[in-house]
Design a protein around this ligand. Structure first.
Ligand code: NAD
Ligand code: AHE
Ligand code: ZN
Length: 375
């Protein structure tokens, strides 16, 4: 069938919105009509050429929501008409990783996902007979896409697509990093580096779990009001403090008898490896945990003095907020519908697919929190 898609034709080049061909679902696969898709920084990261797994031409996009149109042979858990959120972290419930109960990183189809193809090693997308790669197993920058059955979460039908698409990555990542990965407790002191589409969700989850002190750090002063809107208690612009950021932050967290200072939890939501080091070193001696959410480019490495770890700080990372997609995503949709978490104010811009490059520009210039393409 012919579908409308934004094709990434090469690193650093604008997406080309055009008609491409999509084959129907094979065994264990589903065809989904994508109704809306968010634009995440990670799409930009791959388009920029920084992603070691980046392939071109490809149909990017991993933050979608839509409706099942057709199912392939053997599909049992979903049917045409079901509302779903595509999962770049699938949940097969059978692989050693799923069965371990120690991780959400299902490994059953990760290898083919990284090669830009479906689990059978072929692509469903083409243009004029030439293959186009899938991306993160989702390719939501198209009005129809094909996904493995294990890579969709069935969600309630009264939830608006143009909002819950954000649960396909940003919301779940930020909220899950706090609840699943860090397991932040009430009364904690936390620092969030980078107040974009992910960082603001970290902040709203910190408020939800009852953190006492929520410090937001961003080089863009416009983010102060945004952070406060979701529960941030203090804002720091590192370019305006006139000294080193780490001692400045540690000093802010000193309280009463505890004159050592440092946060109980810090979160990197920038993808900048220097910021990741600052985030670790701003943790409290003895117990502080720093969670890396940001994704950094090929060849980049993190470093610190081993002393930082010897003295009890812990470095952790999280993908998709540690969420098991088919199990947890429907619950997060419920939280949104019940008013426990906010999404609407973070979706600052909506646009048709034809304007998707403007959506990337808005994100890149710090003007949007989340841009959403509505089909
Ligand atoms: P975004 O562009 O919306 O926000 C990034 C924010 O960081 C901006 O507000 C920017 O001003 C700020 N920033 C940039 N440099 C900074 C610095 N040196 N110090 C402080 N703040 C700085 O991006 P996003 O969509 O929120 O994504 C954030 C990061 O998380 C990206 O690296 C993205 O690829 C990654 N990500 C990871 C996961 C995961 O599962 N681990 C999921 C989604 C996104
Ligand atoms: N391809 C990159 C890795 C990118 C990455 O870490 N992606 C996150 C999700 S970011 C969503 O916005 C993720 O899920 N990682 C786990 C995984 O299996 O990819 C690279 O550096 O090679
Ligand atoms: Zn993302």
């Amino acid at each position: 069938m012919d579908v409308r898609a934004a094709v990434a034709v090469g690193a650093g080049k604008p997406l080309e919105v055009t008609t491409v061909q999509l084959e129907g679902p094979k065994a264990g696969e589903v065809l989904v009509e994508i109704k809306a898709t968010g634009i995440c920084h990670t799409d930009w990261f791959t388009l920029s050429g920084e992603d070691p797994e980046g392939l071109f031409p490809a149909i990017l996009g991993h933050e979608g929501a839509g409706v099942i149109v057709e199912v392939g042979p053997g599909v049992t858990s979903v049917k045409p008409g079901d509302h779903v959120i595509p999962l770049y972290t699938p949940e097969c419930r059978q692989c050693p990783s799923c069965l371990s109960r120690k991780t959400n990183l299902c490994t059953s189809i990760r290898a083919t996902q990284g090669q830009g193809v479906m689990p059978d090693g072929t692509s469903r997308f083409s243009i004029g007979g030439k293959k186009i790669h899938h991306y993160m197993g989702t390719s939501t920058f198209a009005n129809y896409t094909v996904l493995p059955e294990i890579a969709v979460a069935k969600v309630r039908e009264d939830a608006p697509f143009d909002k819950i698409c954000y649960i396909g990555c940003g919301v779940t990542t930020g909220v899950g990093a706090v609840i699943n990965t860090a397991k932040v407790e009430p009364g904690a002191k936390a620092i969030v580096f980078g107040l974009g589409g992910i960082g603001l969700n970290v902040i709203q989850a910190l408020r939800l779990v009852g953190a006492d002190m929520i410090i937001g750090v961003d080089i863009n002063n416009d983010k102060k009001a945004w952070g406060e809107r979701f529960g941030m208690t203090h804002f720091v612009n590192p370019t305006e403090i006139g000294g080193d950021l780490v001692p400045y932050l540690v000093n802010m967290t000193k309280k009463g008898a505890d004159q050592i200072g440092g946060a109980d939890y810090t979160f990197d939501c920038t993808g900048n490896t220097k910021v990741m080091r600052q985030a670790l070193e701003a943790c409290h001696r003895g117990w502080g945990e720093s969670i890396i959410i940001g994704v950094a480019g090929a060849g980049q490495e993190i470093s610190t003095r081993p002393f930082q770890l010897v003295t009890g700080r812990t470095w952790k990372g999280t993908a998709f907020g540690g969420a098991r997609g088919r199990t947890d995503v429907p619950k997060i949709v419920d939280w949104y519908m019940e008013g426990k978490i906010e999404i609407d104010p973070m979706i600052t811009h909506t646009m048709p697919l034809e304007d998707i490059n403007k959506g990337f520009d808005l994100m890149h210039h710090g003007e949007s929190v989340r841009g959403v393409v509505v089909f």
